[in-house]
Write a protein that binds this ligand. Structure first.
Ligand SMILES: [Fe+2]
Ligand SMILES: [Fe+2]
Length: 171
């Protein structure tokens, strides 16, 4: 049975994962309208993955005798000044999510909830990958500069690598 402190922290993470999904969906739509089909595809896939993360938290909370609450999500941005600026925001957001997951790990130790501490390790590893992927994309964008993004847009899906396989394990 989850204690109330852990349940509250996990429900807050439901909101953060759901917001991540909305954020990447908004970015995907922006990129699609701008004609960047590859970037949009990457972001749509990322949005799906975040929804899976949210579901993972919802199901875990309910399975452990808690009650998952589905929150309202704040509206993500509508405009980005450049693809690079957008991916900088992706990296910043993933760093924020990583610190949030780390805070839950710390809370699990304080609350002696070693079951949840063990369970959430999947997310600790996932965040290493999420940050690495965003960094890898930013490195590529720094190489091409603000000029011609045609090849970047064409090749971005190949940068997803193992992540897709990982996402399939998420449910
Ligand atoms: Fe996530
Ligand atoms: Fe993420």
């Amino acid at each position: 049975m989850l204690n109330k402190t852990i349940e509250k922290a996990l429900n807050e993470q439901v909101e953060k994962e759901g917001y991540s999904s909305s954020l990447y969906l908004a970015m995907a739509s922006w990129a699609e309208v701008k004609g960047m089909a590859g970037v949009a595809e990457w972001l749509y896939a990322q949005s799906d993955e975040e929804r899976m993360h949210m579901l993972k938290f919802i199901k875990y909370i309910n399975e452990r005798g808690g009650k998952a609450i589905i929150p309202a999500f704040k509206q993500p941005g509508k405009e980005y000044s450049s693809v690079k600026k957008m991916f900088e925001e992706v990296l910043k957001h993933e760093q924020f999510i990583s610190s949030s997951i780390n805070n839950i790990v710390a809370l699990c130790v304080t609350e002696k909830d070693f079951t949840t501490q063990h369970w959430i390790q999947w997310f600790v590893n996932e965040q290493i990958e999420e940050e690495a992927n965003a960094t890898k994309i930013l490195d590529k964008l720094n190489l091409v500069g603000d000029g011609n993004l045609y090849l970047f847009d064409r090749d971005i899906m190949s940068l997803r690598g193992e992540e897709g396989a990982n996402a399939a394990d998420a449910t």
